[in-house]
Design a protein around this ligand. Structure first.
Ligand code: NDP
Length: 483
């Protein structure tokens, strides 16, 4: 069985307690590896290693820090086949998705922030007639914590560590215990990429143990977290009074607003993707599809026809488009929501339960059918709570005002998708929807320079581009006389 280790101060090591956690392959339900069950002692060792490395790493010229990130990106490219297979096995996602999205994006994250730090500039204020110049000195914060979820494991892990390291911080990172493998693989190449010992440390373990210890540690001055809204709230409570910088990327209940004047074919095809990609386990997935009355039946029938053709398959099969859910616990949660929806009077238009195993190897895997529900109002828990699986609901609207009201009838505000050929309506609606991101006639198109994040219970702060570099630096205002 594969045994993963922590990376602390440049050394791969087991947890101090010697305890382990089992790691299960979602497609088979079988244990295939184990990870250190790290605790406060391991976090302490990692934080101390990071603290020791900080003066050296933060004063390393930015060109050299960028070169380390580029070399790590190149190592991802060199090992991409192994990473694609590992991500699929660990998460249950199809290899085709890991190949098209997860692993190339992880490489791109490192390369992007290598470039970003080379272009990151600070402000100077020279007031006319004044005898003083003011400039802003953006300093690395020190030791920072990066905590990432299981749905896009290496993609989101690198999205955090790259700007943190580029800006000159030393990092203690904790990947999700549910999908630890690719972060462990990456940690094995850190020295080869040229990072000094201790600049980057990885701790494996449970969120409530290792994650919590990292959040609580007084020397960890900033936490960049992506995960559930409840965990984000717990991190906020834990750090209250400690005055840490927090970046919180949390859950969503994203509306897709479909107007009658949309490009039907494009809207249906993309809504299938935005609903069911990665088994619906992307924070940006559409989960509430709002359709204008006059198009409702046409759009619904076209969507259902396409969804019925999606068959969950063995993730390791290169032709598979939908894989397994990440864990038995998560599958049961998703199935529980479907059952509850039916109990509340929902009509199941397709799917509605566990999917049959695609082959003998996968007979104990966690497969769920793509499911479309209609007939429930906005107040219903199925339209309010994040399900985070291949389950969407359809609702009908009669006017633009009603569409916006329905879209905003949520505690969440991460992403919205708007389908209309009327460009002024599209811009107007985008401006009125409460979301951090609005996609007009497209979905999941990303430019890494743009701010990324949510409003309301979907998060605090923005990632991406210079926003991330600003988060990972502390600005000091310096004032100096001109003579
Ligand atoms: P969780 O909140 O359960 O976990 C996220 C990470 O936090 C994991 O590494 C977890 O560790 C750790 N963690 C859990 N409890 C604590 C704690 N008390 N202190 C510190 N760390 C802790 O989220 P999931 O992994 O279940 O991910 C799914 C969620 O992430 C969804 O809500 C989704 O919407 C959201 N998400 C948001 C994105 C965004 O950009 N806004 C992008 C992707 C996902 P462990 O897993 O080991 O318990």
């Amino acid at each position: 069985m594969m045994e993963l280790q922590n990376l602390i101060g440049g050394e791969m090591m087991n947890s101090e307690s010697g305890n382990w956690l089992e790691n299960v392959e979602p497609a088979t339900g079988k244990i295939f590896s184990r990870i250190p069950r790290s605790g406060a002692a391991d976090v302490e060792a990692a934080v101390q290693a990071a603290r020791k490395a900080f003066p050296g790493w933060s004063s390393t010229p930015f060109e050299e820090r960028a070169a380390c990130l580029r070399r790590l990106g190149a190592l991802i490219a060199t090992h991409s086949e192994a990473l694609i297979a590992a991500e699929s096995q660990d998460n249950g996602k199809p290899v085709s998705l890991a190949r098209a999205v997860d692993i190339p994006r992880a490489q791109k994250n490192l390369e992007f922030f290598a470039g970003a730090i080379e272009h990151f500039a600070s402000e100077v204020h020279i007031p006319g007639g004044s005898e003083f110049i003011h400039y802003t000195h953006r300093k690395p914060i020190g030791v920072v914590g990066c905590i990432s979820p299981w749905n896009l494991p290496l993609y989101l892990f690198t999205w955090k560590i790259a700007p943190a390291l580029a800006a000159g911080n030393c990092v203690v990172a904790k990947p999700s215990e549910v999908t630890p493998v690719t972060a462990w693989m990456l940690s094995e190449w850190i020295a080869e990429a040229g990072f000094p010992s201790g600049a980057f440390n990885v701790i494996h373990g449970l969120g409530g143990e290792a994650g919590r210890a990292l959040v609580e540690h007084p020397l960890v001055k900033a936490i960049s977290f992506t995960g559930g809204t409840q965990t984000g709230a717990e991190i906020t409570r834990t750090t209250a009074g400690m005055f840490k910088k927090l970046s919180l990327e949390l859950g969503g209940k994203n509306p897709a607003i479909v107007f009658a004047d949309c490009d039907l074919e494009k809207a249906v095809a993309t809504t299938i993707r935005s609903s069911f990609a990665n088994q619906g386990q992307i924070c940006l997935c559409s989960s509430r599809v709002l359709i204008e009355d006059s198009l409702y039946e046409t759009f619904r029938d076209a969507l259902v026809n396409k969804a019925k053709r999606i068959r969950p398959g063995d993730p390791s099969d290169p032709t598979t488009k939908m894989g397994a859910l990440v864990s038995a616990e998560h599958r049961d949660k998703v199935l529980g929501y479907i059952k509850s929806a039916v109990g509340q009077g929902a009509t199941v238009l397709c799917g509605g339960g566990a999917a049959p195993a695609p082959n003998d190897r996968c007979k104990s895997g966690y497969f769920v059918q793509p499911t479309i529900l209609e007939g429930l109002g906005p107040e219903c828990n199925i339209n309010q709570e994040e399900i985070f699986g291949p389950v969407i609901t359809l609702q009908r609207f009669f006017s633009e005002t009603e569409a916006i009201a329905l879209a905003n009838d949520s505690v969440y505000g991460l992403a919205a998708t708007i389908w209309t050929e009327n460009l002024s309506k599209a811009h107007r609606v985008a401006g009125l929807v409460e979301s951090g991101i609005a996609w007009i006639n497209c979905w999941l198109v990303r430019d890494l320079r743009t701010p990324f994040g949510g409003v309301k219970s979907s998060g605090v702060g923005r990632e991406g581009g210079f926003e991330a570099l600003r988060f990972f630096t502390e600005p000091q205002s310096v004032c100096v006389p001109t003579n």
